[in-house]
Design a protein. Sequence first.
Length: 160
Amino acid sequence: MLIKKLSTICKLNTIKNKQKLGITKLLKLNKSLFCKDNTSKERVKFNFKNIKENTTVEVEGEVGQTLVDVAHKFKQDIEAACDQSLACSTCHVILDQETFKKLGEACEEEEDLLDLAFGLTSTSRLGCQIKISKLLEGKTVTIPSGTRNLYVDGHKPEPH
Ligand code: FES
């Protein structure tokens, strides 16, 4: 049975000389082709509260995504003008006190950019610097009523 599977794998991968592959490589190949991916990401549900729109929307993100990734997926109004490259403050979000403390300190570059953010609070962070984790489960992330975008013509970039 295993030999038959391996032969199939070899055919699929147009491997002409099976002897050249070690058994370890063949088994890895076998695993990657026939085993299901059990590494699916953990999902976290939380809310975005939009002050300007006066709405609260429940969203779901995958562990490891950024707040901006999830916001854009759910069409939430976070600009992220620098495309999450830590060069603007348009992804400014406000966290609750508990979440803010548990997330730990922002890096120096983030702190500098936060100083430019519109409506800065003591629990402000940049959404592109916050990775989704179980810490956010059931929490509410507030989107401020405005941003300070340095584009003079008010250009608002589309998320990619
Ligand atoms: S998207 Fe520009 S700093 Fe976060």
